[in-house]
Design a protein around this ligand. Structure first.
Ligand code: CMX
Length: 140
């Protein structure tokens, strides 16, 4: 049941998709779906090269591993390409992490860290979230 004290998740900020070949995947989004890639950025900390597309309020974030031992490299090795995570927009990532933890959710990130596009991010473990790697994402 919902109550008014819980964090505000405003929308799906992005859907992260693991791909082996960023260039080929970008071509599909642009030439088949007609959605322009508006930014390409390496996130060294996460060992990925990212490409962003906007659809309404939600983005698609393509993730190509830059290191096979990074989270996305390991994911593709084990499970193949596909939806890797869902990012939920929240005003305050740190508060959202604290609140999830207080309600028994296992955190991957104890503290927010810097992700792509200058946003703060923090991940919840898929074992605690019904198999969906979940990210909080926001300005703070
Ligand atoms: N979605 C759902 N389940 C996943 C998953 C994913 N993306 N990645 C791994 N899992 C599952 C595995 O299948 C495995 O389950 P089983 O034990 O049943 O086999 C379990 O989680 C443990 O996985 P693992 O392969 O042993 O991998 P690790 O424990 O080394 O890492 C995870 C898993 C989620 C903790 C790690 O990938 C992580 O810390 N992710 C957060 C950071 C991240 O994903 N960064 C990339 C995106 C960055 C960005 O958006 O900028």
């Amino acid at each position: 049941m919902l109550n008014n004290d819980i964090m505000k998740v405003t929308h799906i900020e992005h859907i992260g998709i693991a791909v082996s070949d960023l260039k080929k995947a970008i071509r599909y989004y642009e030439e088949v779906l007609g959605i322009d890639c508006y930014g390409i950025e390496e996130v060294e900390d996460q060992k990925v090269m990212t490409a962003f597309f906007k659809i309404g309020e939600t983005k698609i974030e393509l993730l190509e591993p830059t290191d096979p031992e990074g989270p996305v490299g390991k994911y593709i090795e084990k499970r193949g390409e596909g939806i890797h995570h869902i990012a939920l927009a929240t005003d305050d990532v740190e508060n959202a992490l604290r609140e999830a933890e207080s309600k028994g959710v296992e955190l991957i990130d104890k503290q927010p860290r810097k992700g792509a596009e200058g946003l703060m991010i923090g991940f919840l473990h898929p074992k605690s979230t019904f198999g969906v790697l979940t990210e909080f994402c926001g300005k703070h």
